[in-house]
Write a protein that binds this ligand. Structure first.
Ligand code: NAD
Ligand code: DAU
Length: 341
């Protein structure tokens, strides 16, 4: 089986490439990635020379490049490629519209033209919006995206459904909660807090820090995607989550405890505009139909994640150089300057 993985140099994509190479001997992978600031070939250095793995640098909005790679007789596609950071989408939504919507449409057109047997779209829980306390969204919940990022992902989901309905495209959509683990770009909450705490820098907590996220260890998500790739029926939509939403403050305190750092490093800063208060998904459908379940408890996953960043400081330092510094200064200096609690 030959699988095209788009965005495979990013956080979840690189973990999934490694998971497939190591767990499925019959699968060949083409990783198609434009290497934006979030894409990093170093994340796959250990499998770069594997004969079942090939990297192609390309942009999913580039029709010719996409048609070129589809010419390699693909059996399936898993689309991870996206602009993914909510705060960046609030600064400028244009790259999100371009990659997340237009890029997905370019892939859908190629899939239709080349009669691809399976198209797996990696969506997000954010398409449902903020979940009221005590409630978990199902696959039937009406989409209610509330950030520019979420709106672009919801739009892509609608395009996938429209192509399935109109052209019979065999597509599957996965909507997952927040992932954490090795190789996550340090603009996201968990690696950012680990990186800052290691250097005794302040940890920026947006608003009151009581927003809830339902963290899933990335290896658990990889096993869900693997099952969906092999077993999900065309047209299926699956939510994926650990089912244990936790407030941000609790996550940050856990990181500080593991690193032996004081809580005085926490700094409350101006809240994210339009900040979704709570994400929570009901993932009983994928458990029932595909036999998936999360295997890594949060306490184990966060320990493994912190250890990984401690042991891979070169990867972290590289990720935090260059463009990251500009983003960090632009984003966080402004946040703290304009905030008083
Ligand atoms: P990431 O930001 O770490 O990586 C994105 C990858 O896509 C990078 O390698 C980047 O170079 C590539 N890319 C971006 N634009 C591209 C383009 N135009 N053409 C080709 N490649 C391009 O992202 P991630 O956190 O690994 O997320 C992967 C997918 O999972 C995304 O679709 C995201 O919406 C979804 N998702 C992420 C999470 C999470 O917690 N990280 C949770 C739910 C869903
Ligand atoms: O829910 C799935 C989504 O999870 C994915 O679709 C997105 O691609 C991914 O970025 C993530 O979105 P979030 O906005 O939830 O993740 P982030 O790591 O940016 O923030 C997690 C929470 O932590 C959120 O409530 C905002 C808060 N936060 C974040 C940062 C970066 C802080 O308090 N301080 C920070 O510095």
């Amino acid at each position: 089986m030959k699988v095209l993985i788009t965005g495979g140099a990013g956080f979840i994509g690189s973990n999934f490439v490694r998971y497939l190479i190591n767990s499925r001997r019959n699968i060949e992978i083409i990783n198609f990635d434009s290497l934006t600031y979030a894409g990093n070939p170093e994340s796959l250095a250990d499998i770069a020379d594997n004969p079942r793995y090939k990297f192609v640098r390309g942009d999913i909005t580039d029709k010719d490049a996409v048609n070129g790679v589809f010419g390699e007789r693909l059996d399936a596609l898993v689309n991870f490629a996206a602009e993914t950071h909510v705060d960046r989408s609030i600064e400028d939504a244009s790259p999100f519209v371009r990659t997340n919507i237009m890029g997905t449409q370019t892939l859908l057109d190629a899939a239709k033209r080349f009669k691809l047997a399976k198209f797996v779209q990696i969506s997000t829980d954010e398409v449902y919006g903020s979940a009221p306390a005590g409630e978990s969204f199902t696959e039937e919940t009406t989409l209610d995206p509330r950030s520019p990022y979420a709106a672009s992902k919801a739009s892509a989901d609608h395009f996938v459904s429209a192509y399935a309905n109109t052209y019979g495209l065999p597509a599957v959509v996965l909507r997952c909660t927040n992932n954490y683990g090795p190789y996550q770009f340090p603009e996201k909450l968990i690696p950012l807090m680990i990186a800052n705490a290691r250097e005794d820098k302040s940890l920026p907590i947006y608003g009151d820090g009581m927003q809830e996220r339902d963290w899933l260890f990335v290896e658990d998500y990889c096993s869900a995607i693997g099952l969906a790739l092999e077993k999900a029926a065309p047209g299926a939509i699956y939510n994926v989550s650990a089912g244990t939403p936790q407030p941000n403050l609790k996550i940050v305190r856990t990181i500080l405890q593991h690193l032996g750092k004081p809580e005085s490093l926490m700094q409350y800063v101006k809240d994210r505009p339009g900040h979704d208060r709570r994400y929570a998904l009901d993932s009983s459908k994928i458990q029932r139909e595909l036999g998936w379940s999360a295997a890594v408890p949060f306490e184990e996953g966060i320990r493994r994640t912190i250890d990984w960043y401690q042991n891979n400081s070169a990867w972290l330092d590289h990720a935090r150089s260059g463009e990251y510094r500009n983003y960090y200064d632009r984003h966080y200096v402004r946040r703290t300057e304009t905030f008083s609690r």
